[in-house]
Design a protein. Structure first.
Length: 368
């Protein structure tokens, strides 16, 4: 018989994926119970082995649970906190997977005070698909998982949530709730809205029938977020409006800069070309200056994108096994040229190999 119970409220993509990871632990001494207003989702989660059993009513699911995982939209999570409060035992661990944290953590403190340990969470993983059929035990591998423990959360409770995160293959990152919402607005929520705007822009145009025929991977990649759960998206926007608006205005400013570069006039050429090296083949046109500005924008963005890919958490490795270019490699190639840099690096690698072989002959451990 199980020693304890873990309740997962919401058995969609994220909830079922959390359940699959909890169920996969061979030494587990707990029962995983799923609760979902969608009987279809609950049934599917049970059939795929994401939970031991499902229950229909909230009070039955959370009563006696040692840990409760709220895997529902942000607005729904806040409502559930108040609804389940009478049935939650003192000392229970409550965590969530919501995309916003400030409002949830305030509501949790208001409802529970210091009676339970609330450790807010947000796995930076997902899919344009939704529902338990899209769930995977590998969904969180290599992903960042933000955690925002309340001030009164017990250290032992935080360690339990950390254990859940790490066993799923994710990387826990402590962060302040307000800072989380500001940052995630830029890297998650704004891309969602931009995806919707781009698709609507083209879909509502008179050329849609032709555009539909020509749309390739670029358009599909840029608009795939439209396929997500509308309820989840609405909850995100409703609980993080100020931060989303701030980033959207900044994005609008970046677009204005690009538009200005494309609309550059002869009178503005000298002013806007300042600091940009142009071809030395005679008098430059406004169009050439605009091209230089746009080219400079692409060059800078590409370089900084390499730096972004250099990060440890969430870094993607090409399927063919080739390494992602490192930031230092890219910088060196810019200054001395890709061919010469390749030859230089080849020589350095050979030198390192010779040093390792010599150290082994001397019986010394290899340098790391």
């Amino acid at each position: 018989m199980a020693d304890s119970k873990i309740a997962i409220i919401g058995t969609g993509l994220i909830g079922a994926s959390v359940g699959l990871n909890l169920m996969a632990r061979k030494d587990r001494q707990y029962e995983v119970v799923g609760i979902d207003r969608s009987r279809q989702n609950a049934r599917a989660a049970k059939e795929m082995g994401a939970v031991d059993r499902t229950v229909r009513y909230l009070d039955e699911g959370v009563e006696g649970a040692s840990m409760i995982v709220l895997a529902v939209p942000a607005s729904a999570a806040e409502e559930l906190l108040a609804a389940m409060e009478p049935h939650v035992s003192p000392g229970t661990i409550i965590t969530d997977t919501c995309s916003t944290k400030s409002s949830f953590m305030r509501k949790a403190e208001e409802v529970f005070g210091n009676n339970v340990s609330v450790i807010g969470g947000h796995p930076m993983a997902g899919s344009e698909r939704s529902g338990p059929s899209a769930a995977s035990v590998d969904l969180f591998k290599g992903a960042a998982w933000a955690i925002t423990p309340s001030a009164v959360a017990r250290e032992s409770s935080v360690r339990v949530v950390i254990g859940l995160i790490e066993s799923a293959g994710a990387v826990p990152i402590y962060i302040d709730p307000a800072e989380h919402d500001e940052i995630v607005a830029a890297v998650s929520h704004v891309p969602l809205l931009l995806s919707v705007a781009l698709f609507k822009l083209v879909r509502d145009s008179a050329c849609w029938e032709d555009a539909e025929q020509l749309a390739g991977p670029g358009f599909r990649d840029m608009t795939r977020l439209v396929m997500g759960d509308p309820e989840m998206a609405t909850g995100i926007v409703s609980t993080n409006r100020p931060a989303i608006l701030s980033w959207l205005r900044r994005y609008q400013g970046e677009l204005d800069t690009i538009i200005e570069a494309l609309e550059i006039s002869d009178e503005e050429t000298e002013r806007l070309a300042e600091g940009i090296e142009l071809p030395k083949d005679g008098e430059e046109s406004a169009g050439a200056t605009a091209d230089a500005l746009i080219g400079s924008l692409f060059d800078r963005a590409r370089l900084e994108r390499f730096v972004f890919d250099d990060r440890i958490v969430g870094r993607q490795v090409p399927k063919d096994g080739a390494e992602t270019p490192r930031a230092g490699d890219v910088m060196a190639q810019m200054f001395i040229g890709a061919y010469l840099y390749g030859r230089l690096k080849e020589q350095l690698n050979r030198g390192e190999q010779r040093e390792k072989e010599a150290a082994l002959r001397r019986g010394e451990p290899p340098k790391r």
